[in-house]
Design a protein around this ligand. Structure first.
Ligand code: FRU
Length: 485
């Protein structure tokens, strides 16, 4: 595997010509996605600046142009009219100032109806590599590119560690105020969220304090990518706790969790009404971000990175990796989170595919079963061996996923077997397969499971238990892979 020097990882992109050939090469990879957002070259990670504004959805993601490595991060911009078809719009934010000299780290967007604003972390490092994270802002210029403000909104607090980043901007209607949530770490290395308040978007920010979440005072060493949204009168708190192992997550120390509860912006307390739960039970799901300006009090729209920090993927030698998930809709029904694929995704179905024991590299598989024990094996060899399996044990109401049977194995040290506990008996599964990912939506949104997969050419065979009805549709491409930088 390539060993990167600091200079190589943090090299500034001066001209698109420096990566045009790389794009041409990687665009021939059999693992390029066809209906998921992915990087033109290099690495994509967290979704950023996800927002609806004047008829268009804007999405950015953390992008390192040079290869499958976390180095100098840009915001790469894509747009969509319907959250299904996406177009590349080129570089959004560039690390070209003092405050972000070592990267435009994660952040969010918000529209006031007239203008579109972005909030991001300027990752500054000095000559001794000491980090100072600044909370910075930008607005969308007339040419459709973000324009950065000259000065940050605020710098880091010295009563917390250097880990203060990922501003999520939210407007609280009750208070008539804006809040910025910052993912942070206390000086004794506990994960937390810092809250800033202002009446205006680009000025007047003051520190309100640290969020209290009773019962979660010692839950991971850093909370990345925080998000709070009100859905149908409940508040949903989402964050990505790090530096801790959690039950049912094998050896992983990076997680994405949620709590349903009530947020009080006066006492800065989020009171959960139930235990935390994993936003997704899969091997590769992290740093999820909800869109702003969705315009529906009963739903949120979320997108996530298919990948985990510290992990490595088999496309690394091809000098690219990463993908966004499909956008998903979040609702709260009977005090439970329900996650469904973005509505209208059925428009990608081009034709029904015969259930003949094989499946196409971009497809949707819908399965109905009866709550008894059940097994599904995808990506097996022609003789049925190997594959990516899901085995549901009705007595435990738990499905266990195992990816160890695939020829291309990766991140074995993090774990290749993960459970997905259910509350209701297993009845329904929708699986979205693209060239290097699978996303399972179970029981109409009760639980989800997202993972990368890198099948060999002879691994498009499958089998399913007899107590199941199955339909498969071939899906058409909806995300362009055009070289726009
Ligand atoms: C999460 C994260 C964020 C940070 C960004 C840098 O994956 O570590 O906290 O802003 O990635 O790329």
């Amino acid at each position: 595997m390539k060993q990167w020097t600091l200079e190589e990882r943090y090299r500034v992109l001066k001209s698109p010509e420096e990566i045009r050939e790389l794009h041409e090469r990687i665009s021939r990879s059999v693992y390029r996605q066809t209906y998921h957002v992915q990087p033109v070259t290099g690495l994509s990670s967290d979704p950023n600046g996800f927002v609806y504004h004047k008829g268009l959805w804007h999405l950015f993601f953390q992008w390192c142009p040079w290869g499958a490595v976390h180095g100098l991060k840009y915001w790469y911009h894509v747009t969509s009219k319907d959250l299904i078809s996406w177009e590349n719009a080129g570089v959004g934010l560039k690390p070209d100032s003092f405050y972000d000299n070592k990267g435009n780290h994660s952040g969010s967007g918000i529209s006031d109806g007239e203008e579109l604003y972005f909030f991001y972390t300027g990752n500054h490092r000095d000559e001794n590599w000491v980090r100072t994270p600044y909370t910075c802002a930008a607005y969308l210029g007339k040419d459709g590119k973000p324009v950065k403000l000259g000065k940050p909104l605020f710098g880091p607090r010295d009563d917390y560690s250097e880990h203060q980043r990922d501003p999520k901007i939210i407007f609280n209607e009750e208070k008539g105020k804006y809040y910025i949530l910052i993912g942070a770490q206390t000086l004794d290395q506990k994960g937390t969220i810092l809250i800033y308040e202002s009446e205006k978007l680009l000025e007047g920010w003051s520190f309100k304090g640290q969020l209290h979440v009773p019962g979660y005072e010692d839950f991971g060493g850093m909370w990345e990518c925080p998000y709070i949204v009100n859905i149908s009168g409940y508040d949903l708190l989402i964050f990505s706790p790090q530096y801790t192992k959690l039950p049912g997550r094998a050896e992983s120390t990076n997680h994405n969790v949620y709590l349903i509860g009530h947020m009080d912006y006066d006492s800065l307390t989020f009171t959960p009404i139930s235990d935390y739960r994993y936003l997704d039970f899969g091997f590769d799901f992290y740093a999820a971000q909800g869109a702003a300006n969705v315009g529906d009090p009963d739903k949120a729209i979320l997108i996530s990175w298919i990948g985990l920090p510290d992990n490595h993927y088999p496309t690394e030698p091809e000098e690219w990796e990463g993908s966004m998930t499909l956008p998903r809709e979040l609702r709260i029904v009977d005090e439970k989170l329900v996650q469904t694929p973005i509505s209208g995704i059925e428009s990608l179905r081009v034709e029904e595919y015969p259930a003949d024991g094989t499946f196409p590299s971009a497809c949707e598989i819908e399965i109905e079963t009866d709550g008894r024990d059940f097994e599904l094996a995808l990506f097996t060899k022609p003789d049925g061996s190997g594959g990516f399996t899901m085995k549901y044990d009705a007595s435990q109401k738990t499905a266990v996923f195992d990816k160890s049977g695939m020829t291309k194995r990766f991140n074995e040290n993090v774990g290749e077997v993960l459970p997905m506990p259910l509350e209701k008996p297993l009845q329904k599964i929708r699986v979205f397969v693209d060239h290097s990912s699978v996303e399972f939506f179970v029981n109409d949104g009760e639980a989800t499971f997202t993972s990368h997969v890198y099948p060999e050419r002879d691994e498009f065979h499958m089998s399913v238990s007899e107590n199941a009805e199955m339909r498969i549709w071939k899906l058409r491409p909806s995300v362009e892979d055009r070289f726009v930088v």
